[in-house]
Ligand binder design. Structure first.
Ligand SMILES: Cc1cc2nc3c(=O)[nH]c(=O)nc-3n(C[C@H](O)[C@H](O)[C@H](O)COP(=O)(O)OP(=O)(O)OC[C@H]3O[C@@H](n4cnc5c(N)ncnc54)[C@H](O)[C@@H]3O)c2cc1C
Length: 452
């Protein structure tokens, strides 16, 4: 189990340690320092970029660090251990009328430590932002076993604030043993509905138009036709089988405001060619609409023996064009592709479906995914919206960052871990030559004004 996460790469660790307290974690880390072996923090292993794999190193599992230590309703802050599962925290906060903003689709199993490691997002990142906006302070164990604390219950510390640097550092600077999290009040009202479209482009254009009108929903998600069909087949979701795409829209806030924004969004969707709109009448129906979205990945996983769930970002205005390119690339490689993603913030998750038993197919999937990411970068996007870099995309970092950029990142990392033993080989490009993409062989039109 500890050889892999939800990504592609595998490696056998030397040892797995499961400390039960911060002091035990420090002892494990100090022992690794004495033995000069690398170590990798691991939450639930749902990461999709190979961040939690530890070739030959020690895996430090947070499975036993799962206590919610304090819920301070007055300061609206919680102190938790890193192994707390995101949904368990949500359940504990609900009776207090509070919530933790980030809700990755993996929230049933992913941990707060892993959410911090990858700076996770999720459907509601559109309204609330990603994890970095919700961490007030951290306690971590540095590479030599020294405990280190930053920030705390109160927001806005003076001086340099290292907390946002540790969030998203993928375990390369230390092992988080406690986190102070910002809590938010639950909204007065929630409105959730689905808008169906004939194709992906019209759905994407409607999503762009909603944001362009200045309306920021709490969540704005898209599923394409293959995903809709997969969810229907796997879970009898009863979504219209002929729909080319759907937008799942959720609004939060004062009841009157939700109502007004709901009407405006419905009008935009109808103008954009929506074939049907289906609103949740109550909490039970809302849960069903979200179930269709959150079970999308397991439904897709049933379509083919293997899949590759990717993560890239493009400016929202580039979404329709990028989705067309994703389809073109998948077709050229003879791969099935399905799209289900956080369209509101331009975060794409094409899922390539294939059978690894057919020789050469895995390589095709990896190559196709690299081309899709290359396109995201070319149109002004980013390598990752929320899954992190890990070993999946570290060789692509040079597409975005100069040597000087990478050197600066290294030097900040070295201030925390001069030994380079915390999760080595992740984020930064290694000495391996970057894989050559067959761009010449594939020369075709990427966008209106761009050939690759
Ligand atoms: C079906 C599915 C849906 C998903 N949906 C989303 C989504 O909507 N949004 C999203 O952002 N991600 C999503 N993910 C990706 C993944 O779930 C998230 O990145 C999640 O935050 C990982 O948490 P984890 O506990 O599984 O961490 P792991 O995979 O165990 O670790 C992730 C990284 O964090 C580091 N880490 C773990 N614990 C610590 C610690 N205590 N201290 C320091 N570093 C640590 C690890 O070293 C590793 O680099 C999804 C994954 C799947 C399989």
């Amino acid at each position: 189990m500890y050889e892999y996460d939800a990504g592609f790469d595998r490696a056998t660790p030397a040892l797995v340690a499961a400390p039960g307290t911060a002091a035990e974690t420090a002892a494990v880390v100090a022992a690794c320092a004495r033995a000069e072996v690398p170590l990798v923090a691991r939450g639930a292993g749902t990461g999709l970029a190979g961040g939690a794999i530890a070739p030959g190193g020690v895996v430090v599992s947070t499975a036993r660090l799962r206590r919610i230590l304090e819920i301070d309703t007055e300061s609206r802050a919680a102190l938790v251990e890193p192994g707390v599962v995101n949904l368990a925290l949500a359940d504990a906060l609900a009776p207090h009328g509070l919530l933790f903003g980030p809700d990755p689709a993996s929230q049933r199993c992913s941990t707060i430590g892993g959410n911090i490691g990858n700076n996770a997002g999720g459907p509601h990142a559109l309204r609330y932002g990603s994890v970095v906006q919700h961490v007030l302070g951290l306690e971590l164990i540095l590479a030599d076993g020294t405990p280190c604390a930053m920030g705390g219950r109160a927001p806005d510390r003076a001086g340099y604030d290292p907390t946002p640097f540790v969030v998203g550092a993928e375990g390369t600077v230390g092992i988080v043993t406690k986190a102070w999290l910002r809590l938010l009040p639950r909204p007065e009202a929630v409105r959730t509905f689905l808008a169906f479209f004939a194709d992906v482009e019209s759905g994407a254009e409607a999503a762009t138009a909603i944001i362009a009108e200045g309306i920021i929903p709490a969540a704005l998600e898209m599923m394409d036709a293959p995903t809709i069909r997969a969810v229907n087949a796997a879970f009898e979701a009863h979504l219209p089988a002929d729909a080319g795409s759907l937008l799942l829209v959720e609004l939060e806030g004062p009841a009157e405001e939700c109502e007004a924004r709901h009407e405006r969004i419905v009008a935009i969707c109808r103008r954009g060619g929506a074939t049907d709109i289906k609103a949740a009448a109550n909490e039970e129906e809302r849960a069903l609409l979200w179930k269709a979205r959150k079970l999308g990945y397991p439904a897709l996983a049933r379509l083919a023996p293997n899949n590759y769930l990717m993560d890239g970002v493009v400016p929202r205005t580039k979404l329709p064009e990028t989705l067309r390119q994703v389809a073109v690339i998948a077709e050229r490689y003879g791969l099935l592709v399905a799209n289900m993603f956080h369209i509101g913030d331009g975060n794409l998750h094409p899922t390539l479906l294939f059978d690894a038993a057919v020789p050469g197919t895995t390589e095709k999937a990896i190559e196709a995914s690299a081309l899709i990411l290359k396109h995201c970068v070319e149109v002004g996007g980013a390598l990752s919206g929320e899954h992190g870099i890990g070993v999946e995309k570290n060789q692509f970092m040079r597409w975005v960052f100069s040597d000087a950029d990478l050197d600066t990142m290294h030097r900040v990392r070295d201030a925390f871990d001069p030994s380079g033993r915390m999760n080595p080989g992740k984020i930064f490009p290694t000495d391996e030559p970057p894989r050559e993409l067959p761009l010449e062989r594939l020369k075709f039109r990427f966008a209106e004004d761009m050939w690759v």
